[in-house]
Ligand binder design. Structure first.
Ligand code: UDX
Ligand code: ADP
Length: 459
């Protein structure tokens, strides 16, 4: 089947960039991204390209070049579904917050709603592509809903997990290490492969069965997160023994079997995928009574929680065991640089911990607005919204955030933080002026020469 019309349900961090690149590389295909969130669709349609709801380097240019030509954003979900030959499901699959599997299993209600909606409105054959990260065998559930409630038409289900990382989404999409397509119907698989073949070399398009594809996504994220937790575990040992974790990472990373990537010790990994996917893996393993397997992977999360808590505790201990009434500047709120996404960001948990100790927090992030900071903290339900409002201030300028602070906690590795005028920062802070570098982006000797008490991870 030649694909002429694509619909993507979910205009988020995955659906938006992925479809923009598919549209750019396939000018002959009409791509419509739909969402139930009308405000989000309006933002995608904003004439001012700096107002797109997802910030990714290079994305605004692609949207600017394709929007209104063969890329469209709409809230008319039913119309877009019916017109499409191929439908990507790219909605959120958060961890369940209720009932069986609470705190671990993926909440599939948004996926199920999509499947039911497709079944209800489709009048012609469709290829349905799972883009969201899903527990293994979700395709089976989607298939069952489509086949039992549909209008008697043919649906082919494919799994096509997204491996893009935020902050580098456009580059990852333009030059993927691989594109993975899992499915049962060869013609359907080839139809999707043709869409990617417009710019991805054939050798990088891997075809597997459905379940391998679904499990590969969870496994890839689990392995990546495990590397971060592994180096973070070593960072604690480094702090006590006098070793330097960045030197250790470099030394082991030169072993070609280990490789240098994903060995940067940090205040802890965040993002919408790592924790969620590992919890998912753990839940699936437990559901098959594989307790050793479940415990093994769960340890990656336990280590990450420990790293975030340890960072906050070290800050408090160094500030003479109290931060009560002290101003702590939190630089960076996003879970990594070059994104405005804050899901599971270490900054949220470190700030929450410091607020419990009655600190006053001053936040600055180049891309995260104040409302998002408060929403993230309020979501934890640790204290009232009024208390968060009173004890947390958000600044659009880093120099205002650090003024009169007792300590700075660097939570995100934004390039802009490396080039701050650190002498000027020092001069406006309380003394002794402490820096807790949760990303190891500054040079210890330079900072100490200025006068700071500098504490990094694993040093
Ligand atoms: C991840 C996967 O990389 C991607 O393939 C998948 O599609 C989605 O999940 P993402 O969460 O966007 O992508 O970002 P990633 O670069 O993987 O970083 C995740 C977290 O780990 C961030 O908080 C990052 O700061 C942290 N990290 C990463 C480290 O602390 N150290 C490292 O060496 C690498
Ligand atoms: P991701 O990082 O996986 O892209 P996001 O939360 O950024 O996740 O985006 C998912 C999008 O899917 C949200 O904008 C949400 O409004 C949308 N969505 C969820 N359920 C549905 C649905 N049934 N129909 C249409 N859009 C949906």
């Amino acid at each position: 089947m030649t694909i002429k019309n694509i619909c993507c349900i979910g205009a988020g961090y995955v659906g938006g960039p992925t479809m923009a690149v598919i549209a750019q590389k396939n000018p002959h295909i009409k791509v419509t991204i739909v969402d139930i969130n009308a405000a989000r669709i309006a933002a995608w349609n904003d004439a001012d390209l700096t107002k797109l709801p997802v910030y990714e380097p290079g994305l605004a240019a692609i949207v600017g070049a394709t929007r209104g030509k063969n890329l469209f954003f709409s809230t008319d979900i039913d119309q877009a579904i019916d017109a499409a030959d191929m439908i990507f499901i790219s909605v959120n699959t958060p961890t369940k917050t209720y009932g069986k599997g609470k705190g671990q299993a993926a909440d599939l209600k948004y996926i199920e709603l999509c499947a039911r909606n497709i079944a209800k409105v489709a009048t012609t054959d469709k290829i349905v592509v799972e883009k969201s990260t899903l527990p293994v065998r979700t395709a089976e559930a989607i298939k069952s809903i489509l086949h039992n409630t549909g209008n008697g038409i043919n649906f082919h289900i494919l799994s096509n997990p997204e491996f893009l990382a935020e902050g580098t989404a456009v580059d990852d999409l333009l030059q993927p290490d691989r594109v993975l397509i899992g499915g049962e119907n060869e013609a359907a698989i080839n139809s999707l492969a043709t869409v990617y073949a417009s710019w991805v070399p054939q050798a990088r398009i891997l075809k597997t069965n459905l379940w391998s594809s679904e499990l590969s996504k969870l496994t890839a994220n689990a392995f990546l997160a495990q590397r971060v937790s592994s180096i973070n575990a070593i960072s604690e040992l480094c702090e006590l023994t006098g070793a330097n974790v960045d030197e250790v990472a470099k030394a082991i990373g030169t072993d070609s079997r280990i490789g240098p990537k994903f060995l940067k010790a940090s205040v802890g990994f965040g993002g919408s995928c790592f924790q969620k996917d590992i919890l998912n893996l753990v839940y699936i393993a437990r559901s098959y009574n594989l307790h050793e397997v479940a415990n093994y992977w769960e340890q990656v999360i336990i280590m990450n929680d420990h790293q975030k808590r340890r960072f906050a505790d070290r800050l408090i201990k160094t500030l003479y065991n109290t931060v009560s009434g002290k101003k702590i500047a939190v630089l960076g709120w996003a879970f990594k640089k070059d994104t405005n996404d804050t899901r599971e960001s270490a900054a949220i948990y470190v700030t929450d911990h410091l607020l419990n100790e009655q600190a006053h927090i001053a936040v600055h992030d180049p891309k995260v607005p104040a409302e998002k900071v408060y929403t993230d903290l309020n979501y934890l339900n640790t204290r009232t919204e009024a208390e968060n409002q009173n004890n947390v201030a958000v600044y659009t300028n880093a120099y205002d955030a650090v003024k009169d602070a007792h300590a700075i906690a660097i939570m995100t590795e934004w390039d802009a933080f490396k080039t701050l005028d650190w002498e000027a920062v020092y001069s406006t802070m309380q003394k002794p002026a402490f820096i807790f570098d949760g990303r190891n982006i500054l040079d210890k000797h330079t900072m100490e020469a200025i006068g700071f008490e500098y504490h990094a991870i694993g040093q």
